[in-house]
Design a protein around this ligand. Structure first.
Ligand SMILES: [Zn+2]
Ligand SMILES: [Zn+2]
Length: 346
């Protein structure tokens, strides 16, 4: 089979390797669509495995079952499947309390073979957990692959209860920021303000219901938000970018008693200086967000494949797996919103 194999930072080669063996109690999925995620790009372009190569990444996986272990009873050949990569054990205290996003035995998908390949093995442990969803007939596989990146966005807005009448600021118009805008509107937000440094990206966000766009390299973003909100500030501010400066400034865009979410990760070890006195006197709530609980994963998948989500608008590029390096460039430059790779389609 063909696979996009990482040999080191920025060294990704599409090569012919052996098809993996079918795991006992699991199955082999023929990968037909796989999203290229911001975290994949970070992993592929840095020494993410500290020299432990070769490795195959890729976690936004959709495909069709190609081989089934004789002891697998739940799934059968030919079924179309979406796999959520960070499966939960559903047995630990976190899982049982409804917070499986904090599962103590979270599936470690970066250590398994990923989906940037024609075939990917799916283990018995994955089969026994909560992470496998059948894609209904008639639903495009590309849009099903959006279930994974949408899950943490869905969980975040569910947790901070973005809803009717809210004014929401989103900092960062990457694919995740675009998902946030669309979802906030679907949940009833009255005003969505998008802040970004790339004009091309800002322009693209308008199709997702963004009411105001702010280029933070050209104007004072805090002053702009205050102007739009009549000096009050936004109900909710989501920092969906890797900048500590954006995090530091985000608190000044929220109204008294408002909520700020640090959604995007920053560079490992980077420190953000926060005006905690301002947080204190303005009764601000600051949240970190990562992952999604088991039901949020399911709801996000159902939303991704529903017509109201308009998945096709987010997927700006579909490319064969052999063009993965091009996909990385398209995403990095902001030309693409979401790139979906199509293995098995050369
Ligand atoms: Zn992802
Ligand atoms: Zn657990």
């Amino acid at each position: 089979m063909k696979a996009a194999i990482m040999y080191g930072a920025n060294d990704i080669r599409v090569e012919e390797i052996d098809k993996p063996a079918c795991p006992e109690g699991g199955f082999i999925l023929k990968v037909l669509a796989i999203g290229l995620c911001g975290s994949d790009i970070r992993n592929l372009t840095t020494d993410s495995r500290k020299g432990a190569y070769p490795h195959i990444y890729g976690h936004e996986i959709v495909g069709v079952i190609d081989e089934v272990s004789p002891t697998t009873t739940e799934y059968k050949l030919g079924q179309r499947i979406y796999i959520y990569p960070a499966d939960h054990c559903m047995k630990c205290e976190e899982c049982r309390s409804g917070h499986s996003e904090n599962c103590e035995n979270l599936g470690d998908y970066t250590s398994r073979q990923g989906g940037f390949a024609d075939y990917v093995p799916v283990t018995k442990e994955q089969v026994d957990r909560d992470s496998i969803f059948v894609v209904p007939d008639g639903v495009g596989l590309e849009r099903a692959s959006l279930g994974e990146p949408l899950s943490s966005v869905y969980a975040c807005q569910d947790n901070v209860d973005i809803g009717f009448g809210d004014t929401v600021v989103i900092i960062g118009a990457g694919p995740i920021g675009c998902f946030h805008a669309k979802l906030a509107k679907l949940r009833g937000a009255k005003t969505v303000i998008m802040i970004e440094i790339n004009d091309k990206r800002l322009e693209m966000t308008k199709q997702f219901g963004v009411d105001y766009t702010i280029n933070s390299t050209k104007v004072d973003q805090i002053a702009e938000v205050m102007k739009i909100t009549n000096g009050k500030g936004a109900d909710k501010v989501i920092s969906a970018n890797p900048s500590t400066a954006a995090q530091a400034q985000s608190i000044f865009m929220a109204r008294k008693g408002g909520i700020i979410v640090f959604f995007g990760g920053v560079a490992k070890g980077a420190m953000t200086e926060l005006d905690t006195n301002y947080i204190h006197y303005n009764n601000l709530w600051i949240y970190g967000h990562f992952g999604a609980n088991s039901m949020q994963v399911q709801k996000a998948f159902e939303l991704a494949i529903s017509d109201e989500f308009e998945a096709d608008k987010f997927i700006t590029h579909t490319l064969p797996l052999s063009e993965i390096n091009k996909g990385i460039q398209l995403t990095k430059t902001g030309e693409a919103i979401k790139v979906v790779l199509l293995p098995n389609e050369e």
